[in-house]
Design a protein around this ligand. Structure first.
Ligand code: ADP
Ligand code: ADP
Length: 236
């Protein structure tokens, strides 16, 4: 087990008039090798849930244990979690800010204090994993790339940190059907070929059941369903 939620609640603006219970009593175990499709309507609690996993948010009640570390811990322990859990936020291409594709993808590994050769090897490897040609793209400005390429640069930046658990929040949002298929294909390969545990946040049941081996449906801050894709369809 790599992530455990124990009776977790998360409340925004606690004790204020605009108090919102975003996560309302979740018990959950995520195992190595899972490919989870996390589904729910807007406002159901998906974003809050994934940010509880890597300690960006701390539970208001209960505990989240990620890679054997309670996310309420501070300092170095939290750093370990951040390195093992890679997070690709919605529209990650908005967070590209370096001058070249190389520098953008190298940003994380540099922060990890890796040496030059290791950084270069990781950038090459990460670009290869998402189908970006290293030689022709490394010196380009990320701003001049196509929408799908920008998104893949952002994903490569997270992959270069060698996450063991990769969480992607709506990675295909705003892409055309071809861009969608491409990204989903690469994500599937990360799971199947490298054994990276994946959480794919989506509001498309079709997308989730096509790829995931476990579907989690969230509603009003609770887990409504946790099952294999086929069972979820039977229950619809
Ligand atoms: P989803 O990702 O499924 O759209 P969220 O986790 O973003 O759901 O939201 C869950 C609930 O928490 C919603 O009612 C939402 O309005 C509320 N919420 C989310 N973020 C904030 C915030 N920063 N401040 C206050 N309420 C928030
Ligand atoms: P690391 O030094 O990167 O932590 P480990 O051998 O401990 O190496 O872990 C390998 C794990 O890292 C794999 O199981 C996989 O989940 C993950 N991983 C992430 N990105 C890559 C990558 N580009 N190449 C190989 N493994 C990767």
């Amino acid at each position: 087990m790599i992530v455990e939620f124990k009776d977790v609640k998360y409340v925004y603006n606690e004790n204020r008039p605009n108090e919102t219970v975003a996560i309302n009593g979740i018990n959950l175990e995520i195992n190595r090798g899972d490919f989870i499709g996390l589904i729910g309507h807007t406002g159901s609690g998906k974003s809050t849930l994934i940010q509880l996993i890597n300690g960006l948010y701390k539970p208001s009640f209960g505990d989240v244990i990620t890679y054997s570390i309670n996310t309420k811990e501070k300092g170095d322990k939290l750093k370990t979690i951040r390195q093992k859990v890679g997070m690709v936020f919605q529209y990650p291409e908005h967070q590209l800010f370096e001058e070249t594709v190389f520098l953008d993808i190298a940003f994380g590994p540099k922060n990890m204090g890796l040496d030059k050769d290791e950084i270069e090897a990781r950038v090459k490897d990460a670009m290869n994993l998402v189908g970006l040609d290293y030689e022709s793209l490394k010196d380009k400005s990320p701003f001049n790339l196509s929408g799908g390429q920008k998104r893949r640069v952002a994903i490569a930046g997270v992959l270069a940190m060698h996450p063991h658990l990769l969480i992607l929040d709506e990675p295909t949002a705003g892409l055309d059907p071809r861009g969608r298929e491409e990204i989903l294909g690469y994500i599937k390969k990360l799971h199947d070929d490298l054994g990276i545990t994946i959480i794919l946040v989506t509001h498309s049941m079709e997308e989730a059941s096509e790829l995931a081996n476990r579907i989690l449906v969230v509603k009003d801050g609770k887990i409504l369903l946790d099952d294999k894709p086929i069972k979820v369809f039977e229950n619809e």
